[in-house]
Design a protein around this ligand. Structure first.
Ligand code: PEP
Ligand code: MG
Length: 804
């Protein structure tokens, strides 16, 4: 059952925001959802034609629920119904629910497979939770009698940090659907009334927060099964533990982990959020000054956002979208405008208005909302800086930052010029903040633990080596001199590397190792000065943040732009690598308990043949004019490769110009089984590109990005190295072996990888020069000895010691 939903509003912005908010409940899944809001020129209003088109688009045959805001929206929707086909009209329910609350309940209910009438009823009851909380619970929430002859009971405790919110509540309701059981739930901790487990709206009125005890009572022939299912769901935290939850991870005991190379020496900066002084009033047009400052911050945030989307992922980049929204929030601007009109200067008006917003959030009951206050302060400070404000006293703006954790937003706005290094008690090298710090050239050591971080906070001076993972508290003169010498040597090394960046990377004994650049956009390709090729083009960036998949023409244009930026050098176009934890709005997928082990990469592409066919067609068109590699991600079996190759052959036929002469085919080796079966794949590929980011998480069973297992997920683990060796051994002579995961950009690992048989390293744009330079220091015979020694090491720490 796939019920479509249409949102009708006078305001496009309101509708989009409501849809985004509702999307949060689903973590990316959900059925057809269409918006008909605002007028063509951007003004407020509703348009019956647009609504009728939205209804037709949302109708997949199982009905459509239309939610409207006020007044003429209802009239327009009624008019729109006159315009749709008779059979469609019969399936449409115009729902009187409040737009925001109703939409949230409706999408969850529809995703749970409820029919249209039930979705509409649930949406209409959506205010029950709010009115119950505010003391005006309607009569319907009163307990109803249950037939008790075959009664079963049980209790569970809510384990999820955000309580039994809409998503787990939807799971609960969904689990009971189809059972012959009348199930009643009661929040024992609040001594609340019983509600029906069949109604999402009623379940929401439980007000079940983390730690609350919920009593279950069921009657009917399936009563036992109903209770069993609910208790099993609850024991699994309703699948929430598999989802990314924005709660801080505990600070580990820690062992310092290198996270961003480079040397930093300096005083310690006050930890926590760095506040910025409110600058003195400057005469002139205060509205204009503020508009200019906001505009420059907006440009900056968008640039950071684009970069984060490429290097980290769309979900994290959304933080910056939220900040841009705040910058332009009409409520905030109205408040600021009132203050300006009253004679307050731009900086003070902005600071006070944003302090009010942050203050409101900081007092919220919900921990997640409280944490968002830091994002608001971030925006406040950025605009104040643009208006001439400076970091507050106590050395806050200068020096080595010591903190427990760093959010990506904080990492993105750190000024590398005034931050010689970052030391974090927690976090991991694959955390988004660490990736941003690397991208920005700020040396960092993470996971140092609470004890060392505590001593570092008390220190006058710190010396940090981000390559070696060393943090020295109050170094003595000899140590200080040693770190200064390391910094100078590193500076010289980087200068030399830049001078030679256009030269090929050839080992001392004459083996050429290709050094490629990993790109998500033409800008990355341009930044990858000196790269021999684009060894990984993450094409999924062209598919994210859209309402529909890009057309063949659009994709062709995007790939041509990257080819042009590479100026004739080969581009390795990886086919769409989404799914699992990177869902696409227009590709509804069931929520998966273990998305990294689910339908992602080539699995998703093969499940959506048209998506793959279109992309391959665009790739083939470009391959007629530019040297192109096509690369399939997340391949686990030879049949997947065979199917993908067949799709490629069909795309060649569709384009109709014969097979492009220089089109090569390869797979990413990211699944341990693929590494071990390399010889089986070898006859059908031109190259293997090892994705060490994913290969590491699958080998060590340690999810990438999960701080709690960061120390385990080390690409230098001998287990991962053995799989790289297996890939190279299985490849034979005719298949080039590349590495395009983060490990390729680690200069210290270059000799080891070459020794294991790797002949191409594809790295972030900023690492091309230094990785080429590292290759030039390699002696193949010694590198092979090093590789053998590393394979015999017990763990990653021993391998790292060997590399040093
Ligand atoms: C990898 O897994 O190493 C890789 C390069 O792919 P991505 O990081 O895009 O998953
Ligand atoms: Mg990968």
């Amino acid at each position: 059952m796939t019920v479509g939903i249409v949102v009708v509003s006078h305001s496009r912005a309101l509708a989009d925001a409501a849809v985004a908010l509702a999307g949060e409940m689903l973590h990316g899944g959900g059925g057809p959802l269409e918006v008909a809001a605002g007028l063509d020129g951007g003004g407020f209003g509703t348009d019956a034609v647009a609504i009728s088109e939205a209804v037709a688009a949302a109708d997949a045959g199982d009905g459509v629920v239309v939610l409207m805001d006020l007044g003429s929206a209802v009239l327009s929707a009624e008019l729109a119904l006159e315009m749709v086909d008779d059979d469609v009209r019969g399936r449409v329910v115009l729902c009187p629910a409040p737009l925001v609350e109703g939409l949230i309940v409706a999408v969850v209910s529809a995703a749970g497979g409820a029919p249209a009438t039930e979705v509409a009823q649930e949406a209409s009851d959506a205010l029950l939770a709010k009115s119950g909380h505010l003391g005006a619970a309607p009569d319907e929430a009163a307990p109803e009698q249950v037939v008790t002859d075959t009664e079963e009971t049980g209790t569970f405790t809510v384990g999820m940090p955000h309580g039994l919110h809409a998503r787990p509540a939807a799971q609960l309701v969904g689990a009971l659907r189809g059972l012959d059981a009348d199930v009643r739930l009661r929040n024992v901790s609040l001594d609340g009334p019983e509600v029906s487990g069949a109604s999402l709206s009623r379940v929401a009125t439980l007000g079940a927060l983390q730690g609350h005890e919920i009593a279950v009572r069921a009657a009917g022939t399936d009563a036992a099964e109903a209770v069993r299912r609910l208790l099993a769901l609850a024991a699994d935290d309703f699948g929430e533990s598999a989802l990314p939850v924005a709660v801080p991870s505990p600070v580990p005991v820690g062992h310092p982990i290198p996270a961003s190379p480079g040397i930093g020496i300096g005083p310690v900066r006050a930890t926590g959020t760095v506040s910025v002084t409110v600058p003195e009033p400057v005469p002139g047009d205060q509205h204009g000054r503020l508009d200019d400052a906001r505009s420059s911050v907006r440009d900056h945030l968008r640039a950071v956002r684009d970069r984060a989307a490429r290097e980290i992922g769309a979900a994290e980049a959304a933080i910056f979208d939220a900040q841009v929204l705040l910058l332009d929030d009409p409520e905030v601007l109205a408040d600021v405008g009132t203050r300006l009109d009253a004679g307050t200067d731009a900086a003070r008006a902005w600071a006070d208005a944003l302090d009010d917003v942050a203050g409101g959030l900081a007092g919220a009951a919900d921990e997640y909302l409280r944490a968002r206050a830091a994002d608001v302060r971030d925006v406040r400070d950025q605009v104040l800086r643009a208006l001439g404000g400076v970091a507050a006293a106590q050395g806050a703006g200068e020096g080595i930052l010591v903190a427990d954790e760093l959010t990506p937003a904080e990492a993105a706005v750190l000024d590398p010029a005034s931050t010689p290094a970052v030391v974090l008690a927690g976090s991991s090298p694959t955390a988004h903040a660490a990736i941003l710090l690397r991208a920005r050239g700020v040396p960092a050591v993470v996971g140092v633990g609470a004890a060392l971080a505590g001593r570092a906070r008390e220190a006058a001076v710190l010396a940090v080596d981000g390559s070696a993972g060393e943090v020295v508290v109050d170094p003595d003169p000899a140590t200080l001199a040693d770190f200064r010498a390391r910094a100078e040597a590193l500076g010289r090394h980087r200068e030399e590397a830049s001078r030679l960046v256009h030269e090929p990377a050839v080992t001392r004994d004459g083996t050429t190792v290709l050094v490629g650049v990993n790109v998500g956009s033409p800008a990355d390709a341009t930044a990858g000065v000196g790269a021999d090729l684009a060894g990984l083009v993450r094409t999924e960036f062209g598919f994210l943040d859209r309402r529909e998949a890009p057309s063949v023409d659009e994709q062709e244009a995007a790939y041509r732009a990257i080819g042009k930026a590479m100026d004739g050098r080969r581009i390795t176009l990886r086919t769409l690598d989404v799914g699992g934890d990177k869902p696409l709005d227009y590709l509804p997928m069931p929520v998966e308990a273990n998305p990294f082990l689910g339908v992602r990469g080539i699995r998703l592409a093969l499940a959506r043949p048209q998506l793959l066919a279109d992309q391959l067609q665009a790739i083939v068109r470009v391959a007629h004019d530019h040297p192109v590699d096509v690369m399939f991600p997340m391949v686990a079996g030879v049949d997947e490769l065979a199917a993908a190759r067949r799709a490629l052959d069909e795309a060649v036929e569709t384009v109709g110009r014969g097979r492009p002469a220089d089109l090569r085919v390869g797979i990413m080796v990211e699944v341990p089984a693929a590494a071990l079966k390399a010889a089986a794949f070898a006859p059908d590929v031109d190259f293997f590109s090892i994705g060490t980011n994913d290969l590491t998480q699958y080998t060590l069973a340690a999810e990438r990005g999960n701080d709690a297992v960061a120390a385990l997920a080390d690409a230098l683990d001998p287990g991962v190295l053995a799989l790289i060796k297996a890939t190279a051994d299985g490849a034979g002579d005719h298949v080039l072996v590349a590495v395009c995961g983060e490990l390729a950009g680690d200069e210290q690992a270059a000799a080891l990888l070459v020794g294991l048989g790797v002949r191409e390293l594809s790295v972030a744009p900023g690492s091309v020069a230094t990785v080429k330079q590292a290759v030039r220091d390699v002696d193949l015979a010694k590198a092979r000895e090093l590789a053998a020694a590393a394979l015999a090491c017990p763990d990653a720490a021993a391998v790292r010691a060997l590399l040093r």
